[in-house]
Design a protein around this ligand. Structure first.
Ligand code: URA
Length: 244
């Protein structure tokens, strides 16, 4: 791949801007400055490390990342009342060009403004679809703080199924466990709008705080602070398809 094309694919701006960065000696590969925008780079050499204006990057053919979503952020490119989660990503991740039908890096499903926890982002349409599709049954684990004490009846209704206001077909949690009087761990394999809040309301309780701790076998790492992100490695991607 030509060096200018490589930078463009990784989100460093228009092709003209990328060529300008290279012309001006601001790009290095493997520690060597490279001033030829047409230089051929072997993107299959793993990992391909390059620097742009002194900052180090690893070439990623497709972007797969996790973000510890903090409260007060919307999972939308055009947020209404709150800042967008995309503002928490560095510019090249926000600017990656479209791949197929996917317009750059997208959140894999949405968390509410006041929900915290594990949010995946990618520009791989097949991956996004697989993670979101209820047919693939990828379990998502939520830690719920409830307003009222939990009881056995609420837990059993959550797993046998409750009817929400937009669909006569009951929805059931794959798991509902009380970890404390006001602490529910709920596992869902689909992602309807406000699903946790609506299911908990349907059994006569109320969500006070909501945190997604795990998707499949991948847990939000304890050392990833709210607002921080990191690339997903091969091992992380494999865990997403494992049981929680
Ligand atoms: N269910 C909700 O109600 N809100 C979320 O953010 C995620 C799941």
């Amino acid at each position: 791949m030509r060096l200018s094309e490589l930078l463009y694919s990784q989100g460093f701006g228009t092709r003209r801007l990328c060529a300008g960065l290279i012309d001006n000696g601001l790009v290095a590969i493997g520690g060597q400055a490279c001033t030829d925008p047409g230089a051929e780079v072997d993107v299959n050499a793993q990992p391909l490390v390059y620097t742009v204006q002194g900052q180090s990057w690893v070439f990623q053919a497709r972007a797969y990342l996790m973000l510890h979503k903090p409260v007060g952020h919307e999972c939308s490119h055009r947020p209404g009342a709150w800042p967008s989660v995309y503002t928490l990503l560095p510019a090249p991740l926000r600017q990656r060009p479209a791949t197929g039908k996917v317009q750059g890096v997208q959140a894999v499903g949405r968390l509410d403004q006041d929900t915290t926890g594990l949010l995946l982002l990618s520009d791989d349409g097949t991956f996004i679809h697989r993670m979101n599709s209820p047919r693939h049954h990828v379990p998502k684990v939520y830690e719920v703080t409830t307003k009222h004490p939990l009881d056995e009846r609420q837990l059993s209704r959550l797993t046998t199924g409750v009817v929400l206001d937009d669909d006569p077909k009951p929805v059931a949690a794959a798991g509902a466990q009380a970890l404390g009087e006001h602490h529910l761990q709920l596992t869902l394999t689909e992602g309807k709008y406000h699903q946790v809040k609506r299911m908990v309301a349907a059994v006569g309780n109320r969500v006070e705080a909501l945190h997604r701790s795990r998707i499949g076998g991948l847990a939000l790492p304890a050392d990833l602070a709210p607002g921080d992100w990191r690339w997903l490695g091969e091992g992380d991607l494999a865990l997403l398809h494992a049981a929680p």
